[in-house]
Write a protein that binds this ligand. Sequence first.
Ligand code: SF4
Ligand code: SF4
Length: 279
Amino acid sequence: MGNSVTLMIDGQSVTVAEGTTLRAACDQAEHVVPTLCWHENLTPANACRACVVEVKGSRTLVASCSRVAEDGMDVQTASERVLNARQVVAELLLSVSDAKLAPDLLHLAEMSSADPVRFTGGATWAQPVRQDNNLYVRDLSKCILCYRCVQACGDDAQNTFAIAVAGRGFGAHIDAGFGRDLPESDCVYCGNCVAVCPTGALMGKTEWDLRQQGQWDESRITQTETICSYCGVGCELDLHVMDNQIVKVTSPQDHPVTHGMLCVKGRYGYDFVQSEDHH
Ligand code: SF4
Ligand code: SF4
């Protein structure tokens, strides 16, 4: 048995295993803090500041996704400072990105009563949608710089390191190296970046095209579990099917082999399955 620590969360005593983050401890106490960049299978990037909490004795607000719980800590998840900080995070992100397909950001904005136009007038990093390959589309006007894609492409999963954050301040953006198109980069099209993107800034081409045509309809999509047949690893696939067509492939986040990550064959090999079906 490992050691445990006991802390106060919003006046309630909570005991958690040593090493538990404040975010997880708050979760356990059912005082859930909102998150944007945090993802269960990625190292906390500490990028978005949506999950800040107030810790008694600490001058600054603390990112609960990465700070580990300590014995005797006194944590507030909904103090005035916390609520203000959350609201500003939401307002800043709404001012620089198109949140239409970002449910977590929309939720944060709603719960913090964010004013969506408070910071408009600030410079935004506008750029055209990049469709430079057949598998996924990049619309970085939706990007909130959460770093998830960079981590999934890097040593949290894929180890390809094809993408990184380039530029600074309002000019900071996700880049495949010197503004290159993906086919000229090191990308191997595993789509793991797409799978973890919380805003729709990265999107499978099939979904993108269907949305452009007004045909994407979540209510008509069913999911079927299967095991990928391309090799012997045994990755579990969730086939998202609409009108008898596979429109997206994901893998469950809690699957012990994939942790939600796949390779290009599992993720995008369905075009091959479908072309076979049509003969
Ligand atoms: S598809 Fe895979 S290799 Fe390409 S940028 Fe995304 S995570 Fe990296
Ligand atoms: S492209 Fe998506 S995953 Fe990558 S930093 Fe932007 S919002 Fe996050």
